[in-house]
Design a protein. Structure first.
Length: 459
């Protein structure tokens, strides 16, 4: 090895480690964990206290902040890194022996899983604290699910269930997601993803990209049936956040009349959910079948008219201009395209005679009640830029899911069992919220989404 004659004044390794420790300090200083650690200390009582509760708890948080995929990897780092041991609260003079043993860490993690409801309480406390810092938190939301494969193997022989071997996961099951799209050349593609494990159902703020409510279930659990429970959970634990919510966007996996109705009628939240292609034998449907008329609509929520003087075919339908939503009537207003866009229509006079009400200078206007088809007609009309912009915000939950995978350790993990999975997911989301809250309080709101950016130190 070539000898370095002039050593550098500063070590980049020391700077990087200091930055990492600053991130851990920020999280530890923000977590509302006093109730949990006090409860665990009281539970231990006068028993052996070789490894105190608080340092071990801090070490568990460090494992998430520093992306350790296993407890064994975390313990190796604790035994190697004296600064980390000291920051967590272990005896700085005890050397690597002051770090907890493998058995002690395993027992503590089991204790955390046993009392995971206290982790959920911490999650709710952090959401409330963030609401104080961000008054508009929760106004615009998005929902999606995330596949989390189990580290365990599926059970193939039912007779062996009575003899658990620690390698199999008896709680998990199989899930499947189908992705479809179109290529540039117009051809369609389809991709089917299967996994054995669990599914995280997540409701996030689509502007700040922070989780507001969540649920962990088996992989086969339905996306569609989990939307309303997430909103109800938000209403139960964070009434102000729920009451401020004005929209909720989701992909077509949540498309149903029941979801749209529940969101708007029961919670006052405007649904922005993409529609599935369920009409296999028709392109459009008559808007007012009870009377002779010229209007129809398609599955994307567009409303059309056909000229009564020519009775043109379906390919020559003209799309009506959307005027607005009437909240007091729960109706969408559409206007005659000829009067809205200023072109000549040979059947306009005949069409206006069909109107059950008078027609003024504004041209013929029709009102489409939401109850006509709750799956298709929503308060934010689908064929508008406003709906598209709201739907585009749905990608925020995908970015949150990506951080959960790549930064919070769910891309590579060794978790088996639903109880452990729920506890580990809750811990990850708690760290995400604590990091965001800590950055806001430190004057770094522009980095609230980041879990890895260095903490800026005061000059």
């Amino acid at each position: 090895m070539a000898t370095i004659l002039q050593p550098f004044l500063f070590s980049w390794k020391e700077i990087d480690e200091a930055s990492d420790l600053d991130r851990l300090r920020l999280v530890l200083g923000t977590l509302p964990d006093e109730s949990l650690v006090s409860f665990l200390e009281e539970r231990r009582g006068r028993g052996r206290d070789d490894y105190p509760i608080r340092p071990i708890w801090n070490a568990v948080i460090a494992g998430i902040v520093f992306q350790h995929p296993s407890a064994a990897g975390l313990l190796r780092e604790l035994r190697r890194n004296g600064e980390l041991r000291e920051l967590c609260g272990f005896n700085p003079f005890g050397g690597e022996k002051s770090a907890p043993s493998d058995d002690a860490m395993e027992r503590f993690l089991k204790l955390i899983v046993e009392h995971s409801e206290m982790l959920t309480d911490m999650f709710h406390q952090l959401v409330d604290e963030l609401k104080k810092e961000l008054p508009d938190l929760g106004m615009k939301t998005a929902v999606d699910s995330k596949a989390i494969p189990s580290f365990g193997n599926p059970v193939r022989d039912e007779e062996k269930l009575a003899e658990p071997d620690g390698r199999r996961d008896t709680d998990a099951d199989w899930g499947k997601k189908t992705y479809k799209g179109s290529r540039k050349d117009g051809t369609n593609w389809e991709k089917v993803v299967k996994w054995f494990g669990y599914k995280l159902h997540l409701l996030v703020d689509s502007v700040y990209e922070l989780p507001l409510a969540f649920a962990v279930d088996v992989a086969s659990s339905s996306d569609m049936k989990n939307l309303t429970p997430l909103v109800e959970d938000l209403e139960e634990h964070h009434k102000q956040v729920h009451d401020d919510c004005i929209e909720c966007s989701a992909d077509k996996g949540y498309d149903s009349a029941e979801n749209n109705t529940a969101l708007y009628d029961d919670h006052g939240i405007k649904p922005v959910i993409d529609t599935r292609e369920l009409w296999k034998t028709k392109k459009n449907d008559t808007l007012f079948p009870e009377r002779y008329d010229v209007f129809c609509y398609d599955e994307t929520g567009k409303v059309y008219c056909s000229c009564p003087s020519e009775r043109r075919g379906e390919d020559e339908l003209r799309e009506l201009a959307f005027v607005g939503f009437e909240k007091d009537r729960s109706t969408l207003k559409f206007r005659c395209p000829a009067s809205a866009f200023g072109f000549e229509c040979p059947g306009r006079a005949e069409c206006e005679k069909l109107s059950p009400v008078g027609v003024g200078d504004f041209g013929r206007v029709i009102r489409v009640p939401l109850v006509l088809d709750r799956r298709i007609f929503t308060p934010i009309a689908r064929p508008t830029d406003k709906w598209q912009k709201a739907y585009d915000r749905r990608t925020s939950v995908e970015r949150v899911n990506s951080r959960i995978d790549q930064v919070l350790g769910f891309e590579h993990h060794n978790i088996r069992g639903k109880a452990k999975m729920k506890a580990r997911v809750t811990l990850a989301l708690v760290v995400m919220l604590a990091m965001a809250l800590g950055r806001i309080r430190a004057g770094q709101s522009n980095k609230m989404r980041s879990l890895t950016a260095p903490i800026a130190r005061a000059a």
